[in-house]
Write a protein that binds this ligand. Structure first.
Ligand code: ADQ
Length: 489
């Protein structure tokens, strides 16, 4: 990267996301243990080293004392992380309330039940106020660390207000915003009471990015229909100011997965798993335990498959790894119970004294164990009801160079647009179709599997997270130049 002053050095990048890529656990008054967190954004940005990047976000812990805040700030600095300290009430209203109860379901086309909606509407104003307050707190920290020439990259639905707050501080700051979830149809978005304010806040950014062209189109439609602005092929125009809107499909650091398969601990895990499940086909689901991931639908389809295909009952096993998230939210607790109940019923129906058809783990796996699981899998099941992209499908493909297993993929995941030709696409709401896809995948001939795998592997290894980040940042740099040119004209 060539800086404007002619010095050639890495671009300074401030990545701002709700959560830092590490979780902190307090070990003493001034000592902390830091652990890398699980999640799509973290996985995507782990391999990006093209920039001199610092990460700004909430540490996930409530630290009110000065010693704690100072020592955590120092500990995080070693990981190039800068904390935003949010008080408990703000977290409750902003994060649990506005982000997770309103924006997350709505952006995934999941309206809340009517009675919850009424309760939500009553507390809506206070949650939205907390949302804006929290975004302002993020902006304060960004502004304190910003140096001229930096690029600020805001992430996700938690921080839709941030571009506006940052531009109010400094209109010359280069600000990009990227959404990791789908952006829903404008007809869904328009049900949001704060629809206009949120759209205007995002439009303060210089560049707005989405995983797919469809999400970008929905956003532009929302701006034209709700705000009455003009949509152009480049984005959205408001009184001569253009906000660029485009699709930047995310990827993974595929080399990291491919290299991991050669490591002794991963090889050891692979051997163990092969011995453990010898004579059975392995099906795999890896998800955060979230209603958007379609885990009950996946397991019910597997049950239907076993019901209709008794010959397969002792020849196939489904490993479902579901890392719990948002465990304090009642809907998520209900989902966990529901999944446990279905798994228990199926294992009761089809299990034997020596084997059960479903192994369900409520936890996260370390990277090596995850790679080994991907490598021994015959069929991966990604059945999201909606998903911005879905990186699990990419990770599975990266680890399948020798096995060439089959990917069953929801047509409602963004990944369906990139891996669709190499996967079996399904509507996860249609349990019958899903069950027959399982049979199709398990019996697919080697040639069919190879062809599909080749298509997907090529995509996953050429559309990486590095490329995603570089493309976004370089477009952001260009966009600013363009808008400066516009002002001069
Ligand atoms: P997520 O909803 O978190 O991400 P996804 O893209 O599948 O979904 O990424 C999950 C990540 O967490 C993967 O890297 C996976 O390996 C890891 N993970 C999940 N369960 C795990 C487990 N049990 N053990 C260990 N690791 C686990 C959001 C959006 C997605 C979008 C990403 C990136 O919802 O649609 O693809 O951001 O933009």
């Amino acid at each position: 990267f060539e800086r404007q002053d002619g010095r050639s050095q890495k671009q300074r990048l401030l990545v701002v996301a709700n959560r830092l890529p590490v979780s902190a656990v307090r070990k003493g008054e001034d000592s902390w243990a830091l652990e890398v967190s699980v999640g799509g954004l973290v996985s995507a940005l782990l391999g990006v080293n093209e920039f001199e990047a610092s990460w700004i976000g909430w540490s996930g812990v409530n630290v009110t004392d000065e010693i704690g805040q100072r020592s955590l700030t120092e500990a995080l600095a070693e990981k190039r992380c800068i904390p935003v300290f949010l008080d408990q009430e703000t977290v409750h209203q902003y994060y649990n309330g506005y982000c997770n109860n309103i924006l997350w379901p709505l952006f995934h086309y999941l309206p809340l039940p009517q009675e919850d909606r009424l309760a939500t509407t009553r507390s809506f104003q206070s949650q939205f106020a907390a949302y804006k307050k929290a975004n302002q707190m993020f902006a304060d920290v960004v502004n304190a660390h910003y140096q001229e020439g930096d690029v600020v990259w805001c992430h996700d639905y938690h921080l839709m207000f941030l571009p506006k707050c940052l531009k109010e501080y400094n209109s010359k700051m280069k600000v990009g915003w990227f959404l990791h979830t789908p952006f829903p149809s404008s007809e869904i978005h328009r049900t949001l009471p704060s629809r206009s304010e949120l759209l205007r806040a995002v439009l303060a950014a210089d560049l707005v990015g989405f995983h797919t062209y469809d999400y970008a189109r929905h956003f532009v439609s929302a701006c034209t229909r709700i705000l009455g602005l003009e949509g152009t092929p480049e984005g959205v125009e408001d009184q001569g100011k253009l906000t660029r809107v485009a699709a930047f499909p995310i990827g993974i650091d595929s080399d990291r997965f491919i290299r991991a398969l050669e490591l002794p601990p991963v090889k050891y895990h692979i051997k163990e798993l092969q011995e453990r499940f010898a004579g059975r086909k392995v099906m795999l689901g890896v998800d955060r335990l979230d209603m958007i991931k379609g885990i009950p639908q996946k397991i019910l389809a597997f049950e239907k498959f076993l019901e209709e295909n008794p010959d397969w009952r002792d020849k196939v096993v489904l490993l479902q790894i579901a890392v719990p998230t948002r465990t304090d939210v009642p809907e998520y607790q209900k989902l966990t119970c529901q999944v446990h109940e279905i798994v228990g019923r199926i294992n009761g129906r089809f299990g034997t004294l020596t084997a059960v058809p479903i192994h369900h783990l409520d936890r996260s796996l370390d990277f090596h164990a995850l790679c080994a699981l991907y490598a021994v899998t015959d069929v991966a099941l990604v059945t999201s009801l909606r998903d911005g992209m879905n990186l699990v499908s990419y990770e599975f493909v990266a680890c399948q160079a020798s096995k060439k297993g089959v990917l069953i993929l929801s047509e409602f995941a963004g990944a369906a647009q990139s891996l669709g030709a190499g996967a079996i696409l399904v509507n996860p709401w249609n349990i019958t179709e899903l069950a027959s896809s399982i049979g199709y995948a398990l019996t697919m001939c080697a040639h069919g599997r190879e062809k599909r795998h080749h298509h997907n592997f090529l995509h996953v290894t050429t559309h990486t997270s590095q490329e995603w980040a570089e493309t976004f940042v370089s477009e952001l740099n260009d966009t600013v130049v363009e808008s400066q040119l516009r002002t001069r004209q």
